[in-house]
Ligand binder design. Structure first.
Ligand code: AMP
Ligand code: GLY
Length: 415
């Protein structure tokens, strides 16, 4: 099969890496891709949110599967356009992608499907905001209704800050605070059936000890030794399948990966958010463990061929990824600094470097070109070994004023 992957981050490098290992994938393209994907796939320069440009490229390259990485192309209707062209596509149409694109829509689906989530009010004016804040009390959780590239959610004890955030958004969702650790679970769906991948945990805050601003994610690991054995089955039964069923009932079938961001609260599992795509950087560790051929699996979803009997094979052991971010990330990342030591990092046993925000200049010198620059993956028989491999590889990398968290998977590795 001939596959085109859209996107240019660490997630896409991980997708391309796994697809390249699937013997049934005969041609692999990435658009726009990054210097890491260029080693494994043919990169094509284009705007991945432009439906016409994507379908033209997919037709020209005669691909039989398009895999959409980020949310922006999904919300822009790239999935609809590719499918209209008769090309199988992994990634939902714009309609069902609103499960990520609109917090209010996600709440509506969850309510209709009976999915456990935080109680919430959708507010369109200051009076509604004041009423909702008082109804729940602190800590206040205020979410911009639309896509906000990770900057839409404010969790604060400060009522004035909550009011100010709401005032800056057209429509907000205000919800009850969920206590408890977070888990990311991805499920693949063909619109009717769904199969879970293994759970992972992300580290959203910028600094060690979960301090500092929210980011896209500073690291991740799998497996999660501390979750109950029954969690995945429970989430499939109470969250994923009811959501897939509800979207299908609305003639809006969900084809792609449903990312359930979950809080394991004292009162049970609750959905914090849905995303319509693979999480970044959780994908880097989850796909590292996947032994089943990824291309075949994503194509089964795209053509409606996922059966309840579809069983995935996993490699034993653990994977940890540590994000190396640019100076100033997340507020104002500095670009254009030289990156050195990748060869040495890739030579560390059981470790490898995925590109996230990198570019090559005319002289072939690699430099930073985004907030999250690299996603360094370590593997091993357990989390301790996987961590050690990842951090040894990180120590080989030189990027001026770069930052990374030193505590990714630390607590889980210590039991
Ligand atoms: P979201 O964009 O909805 O994933 O929110 C970003 C982050 O804000 C989440 O990963 C949580 O850490 C936090 N968050 C969102 N909703 C809640 C909530 N209801 N209670 C506590 N924390 C939340
Ligand atoms: N790692 C969080 C996300 O991809 O949204």
């Amino acid at each position: 099969m001939r596959v085109l992957v859209l996107g240019s981050g660490g997630r896409e490098h991980a997708l391309v890496r796994s697809l390249a290992q699937d013997p049934s994938v005969s041609a692999l393209y990435c658009a726009p891709g990054n210097p890491g994907t260029a080693v494994l796939a043919e990169n094509h320069h284009l705007d991945p949110t432009d439906p016409l440009a994507v379908t033209e490229l997919a037709v020209r390259l005669r691909v039989n599967l398009v895999v959409i990485g980020p949310e922006a192309p999904l919300v822009a209707g790239v999935g609809d356009a590719v499918r209209r062209e008769g090309i199988p596509c992994f990634g939902p149409d714009a309609g069902p992608a609103r499960i990520e694109g609109s917090k209010a829509f996600a709440k509506e689906i969850m309510e209709a499907a009976g999915v456990p989530t935080a109680r919430a009010f959708v507010c369109d004016d200051a009076a509604q905001v004041a009423h909702a804040l008082d109804a729940f009390g602190p800590p206040y959780v205020v979410k911009d209704d639309g896509l906000a590239a990770g900057k839409g959610v404010v969790v604060t004890l400060d009522r004035a800050e909550a009011v100010a955030h709401a005032a800056g958004c057209a429509r907000v969702v205000i919800e009850e605070y969920l206590d408890g650790p977070e888990v990311s679970l991805f499920a693949l769906s063909d619109g009717e059936h769904a199969v879970p991948l293994i759970p992972a945990q992300d580290f959203k805050r910028a600094y060690d000890g979960d301090e500092g601003p929210n980011t896209g994610g500073m690291g991740a690991y799998t497996p999660l030794p501390w979750i109950p054995d029954t969690l995945v089955d429970e989430v499939m039964r109470t969250v994923v399948q009811p959501t897939v069923d509800e979207l299908r009932r609305r003639n809006s079938p969900y084809v792609g990966v449903l990312y359930a961001g979950l809080a394991l609260t004292s009162r049970g599992v609750r959905v914090v958010e849905f995303n319509a795509r693979f999480g970044d950087p959780e994908t880097q560790v989850v796909l590292d463990r996947l032994a089943s051929p990824l291309g075949t699996l994503l194509q089964s979803c795209a053509v409606g061929n996922l059966t309840p009997a579809t069983r995935l094979e996993w490699r034993p052991g653990a994977a940890v990824t540590v994000v190396v971010a640019a100076e100033g990330y997340p507020e104002s990342p500095v670009r254009g600094d030289a990156i050195e030591g990748l060869e040495e990092a890739n030579a560390v046993p059981d470790a490898y470097v995925l590109h996230a925000g990198t570019a090559l200049n005319d002289e072939g010198v690699l430099y930073s070109d985004g907030g999250r620059v690299l996603s360094v993956v370590g593997t091993g028989p357990d989390l301790k070994a996987a961590r050690a491999a990842a951090y040894e590889a990180v120590s080989k990398i030189t990027l001026r004023a770069s930052q990374h968290r030193a505590d990714i998977a630390l607590r889980a590795s210590e039991g």
